[in-house]
Design a protein. Structure first.
Length: 137
């Protein structure tokens, strides 16, 4: 079944759909966060229905989006998006650090990643090489 979605069909969390889906049969399409970002996708639903999804660029599937609604059968196929764990980076310690040193380290580690791995820059962003003009301490 091809599911071509040009507009917002609805979401099970919206008031209008909650009432409509109360007595409906629901089939779930399990997606991880990476699959939900794709504009083209083909996957089997929980009940084994083969779905080919085609979305306009920039449109993302959200958890609870109604993909297919069959009024006659009172049945819907709904996206179930599961999120992966994420890494949270706390940068509060940088607030009190020397802005010039932090900025230098960030720029050099981005522009020349080999500089940090070869010891040209220390972890505080201070130049360590005697061959260089970088003498910031």
């Amino acid at each position: 079944m091809l599911c071509h979605r040009n507009h917002h069909s609805g979401n099970i969390h919206e008031t209008a759909w909650k009432a409509r889906l109360e007595q409906a049969t629901l089939d779930w399409l399990a997606l991880d966060q990476w699959e939900a970002q794709k504009s083209r996708l083909r996957k089997l639903s929980q009940n084994g229905i083969d779905l080919a999804i085609s979305l306009p660029r920039g449109v993302l599937l959200r958890d609870g989006d109604v993909l297919v609604w069959d009024e006659a059968r009172q049945a819907a196929t709904v996206a179930r998006v599961t999120l992966k764990e994420v890494m949270v980076v706390e940068l509060g310690a940088l607030r009190d650090a020397d802005p010039g040193g932090v900025r230098s380290y960030l720029v050099w580690s981005w522009a020349m990643p080999w500089a940090t791995s070869t010891g040209l820059l220390s972890s505080k962003g201070i130049a360590c090489s005697s061959r260089s003009r970088w003498t910031r301490k």
